[in-house]
Design a protein around this ligand. Structure first.
Ligand code: NAD
Length: 261
């Protein structure tokens, strides 16, 4: 395999332009250039906070207070964040009709903001812009919840008495069955599977590239640091998503125009 970045970009673009089942899988790394820190890099979220496990959230009011205090701290930055050139480059592949779906571990909603329809974005870990009651499962307005927190309700509850929690998957919480099924199916049927900005350490999400390669997909990994799948990838690019992806999309567009000329 070549080490030249231009060659790698050209190989990846050619694979995408074949117009098979192209699937993109994203992690926190695609959103760092939008100003949202990832979890495991230095200075990431785990350097600042300890994780609150789901059992702890459900059994301890102190844990729920800490959870919402943290949410109120992180929320303004999250709401300010906008899609960066990496999200936009993925959205352009979708516009060109060359992207089946995005499977994401992210909870920030930036793929939808970049113009990809919600049905085409499979959120494995939920979305932090929604709040859900852990008893009656009702969706509650995040804005309302934050207003209540500001007014001194430090661990807000639903009118049914259930605990309100952001609609994201905490450690120890069951994964959403439909999304995992859909992601597994997409991965198994992929002809081209590109991982962008994930350590590929969080399971079951991290199993998806394995399903893809098992069924013969071409695997691309674009990430700043190492992943357990680097050795089995067809193309490995260690670089910044916001710099590399626009180059890939530009080359795909050129190939597409060349084909139709
Ligand atoms: P992670 O923090 O474990 O790994 C992020 C990876 O992205 C790292 O390997 C890092 O080297 C790489 N990276 C950072 N900036 C990059 C860039 N500009 N270009 C390319 N690569 C870059 O994240 P993960 O694998 O997604 O798993 C952590 C969990 O964290 C996920 O479950 C996700 O739900 C959650 N999370 C989500 C967000 C978000 O929604 N934006 C933010 C933090 C964490």
């Amino acid at each position: 395999m070549t080490n030249n970045i231009e060659d790698k970009i050209s190989i990846v673009a050619r694979e995408i332009a074949k117009d098979g089942n192209n699937v993109v899988f994203t992690g926190a790394g695609i959103s760092t250039e939008s100003g949202i820190p990832d979890f495991r890099s230095k200075g990431g979220i785990w350097d600042k906070y300890r994780p609150i496990y789901f059992d702890e959230f459900m059994s301890s009011k102190e844990a729920r207070i800490e959870y919402w205090k943290r949410h109120a701290e992180l929320y303004p930055d999250l709401m300010k964040a906008r899609p960066n050139p990496a999200h936009m480059a993925v959205a352009q592949l979708y516009e060109m009709g060359l992207l089946e779906a995005v499977i994401t571990q992210n909870i920030d909603g930036l793929h939808q903001d970049s113009g990809i329809p919600g049905e085409q974005v499979i959120e494995l870990h939920g979305n932090t812009r929604r709040v859900r009651c852990m008893s009656c499962r009702k969706i509650v307005s995040l804005h309302e919840v934050h207003k209540r927190i500001e007014q001194g309700d430090s661990a807000p509850e639903c009118e049914c008495g259930g605990y309100l929690k952001s609609d994201t998957i905490s450690f120890g919480q069951a994964m959403p069955v439909n999304e995992v099924e859909k992601a597994t199916e997409l991965s198994q049927n992929a002809d081209f599977f590109m991982v962008i900005g994930s350590t590929l350490l969080v399971h079951p999400a991290a199993a998806m590239p394995g399903y893809a390669t098992k069924y013969g997909s071409f695997l691309v990994i674009l990430n700043l640091s190492e992943t357990p799948y680097d050795d089995v990838s067809n193309v490995l690019i260690q670089g910044k998503a916001g710099q590399i992806l626009p180059e890939i999309t530009k080359e795909v567009r050129r190939l597409k125009e060349q084909k139709s000329a």
